[in-house]
Write a protein that binds this ligand. Structure first.
Ligand code: GTP
Ligand code: MN
Ligand code: MN
Ligand code: MN
Ligand code: MN
Ligand code: MN
Length: 209
């Protein structure tokens, strides 16, 4: 018996299920609440503190409700997913969408919550490291900065020598919706971390607790 069964608890059911790519435009989802969010990232081999190789810089945001999440938001009626996510990135990050915008090909994964009657669509936007730095600076002047968005952050994608600080600790934060699942799905599909590295980070625990 695994430890969960031994304590008489069932594994926590994940309320989100993955929507097959061919079904993201189904009527079932079109008639529910839908939102689209985006992972903005740049590949980078520059070492942090001269030792840790983060491989990529990925942006998330601290939201008004205290959770971490990605830029993006609710799809207005009649709006397509891509228009919505680009509009929300302009509102929340002051992103110049005449230079950087997502297209249908940038779709990463979609999830469905029956309980919340909510479909969540996730996109990626790859930029150069110099562009990512400019995007971060511009974000301070976004219309929704200070209200919906309390800050843009970079994710620590490396793990320190104690096998805990860095990415594993970051994963212990509270994430809105299925944004943690979105991050994990993108990290492996964009070949930023291997599934083994992700699993190690998810399973890591502090030796000081
Ligand atoms: P308003 O403009 O104030 O309506 O907010 P918004 O349009 O920016 O919507 P928001 O980004 O809050 O997203 C709408 C809903 O999607 C939220 O209530 C969450 O349930 C969910 N959500 C928010 N951010 C994320 C995210 O990064 N990933 C996922 N999967 N869900 C999210
Ligand atoms: Mn210091
Ligand atoms: Mn918004
Ligand atoms: Mn939003
Ligand atoms: Mn909105
Ligand atoms: Mn808004």
């Amino acid at each position: 018996l695994g430890s969960t069964e031994a304590f008489g608890r069932l594994p926590e059911p994940n309320e989100f299920i993955v929507i097959p790519k061919s079904q993201i435009h189904c009527e079932k989802y079109a008639s529910s609440t839908q939102a689209a969010h985006c992972l903005i990232y740049a590949e980078s081999n520059e070492k942090v503190f001269g030792i840790y190789n983060p491989r990529a810089s990925i942006l998330m945001q601290l939201r008004y409700d205290g959770y971490f999440g990605f830029p993006g938001g609710l799809i207005d009626s009649g709006e397509d997913f891509v228009t919505a996510v680009n509009r929300e990135m302009a509102e929340e990050m002051n992103l110049d969408t005449t230079i950087h915008s997502v297209s249908h090909d940038d779709h990463v994964i979609s999830h469905w919550s029956e309980k919340k009657n909510l479909a969540l669509h996730f996109y990626k936007l790859k930029v150069k490291m110099t562009e990512l730095i400019e995007i971060e600076k511009r974000a301070l002047l976004a219309q929704d900065y200070g209200s919906e968005v309390l800050g843009t952050i970079r994710i620590p994608l490396y793990t320190l020598g104690d096998h805990y600080r860095g990415f594993p600790v970051f994963l212990k934060h509270n994430f809105i919706g299925c944004s943690k699942e979105q991050l994990i799905a993108a990290l492996s599909s964009l070949n930023i971390l291997t599934p083994e590295e992700i699993q190690l980070a998810l399973n890591a625990h502090s030796k000081n607790v």
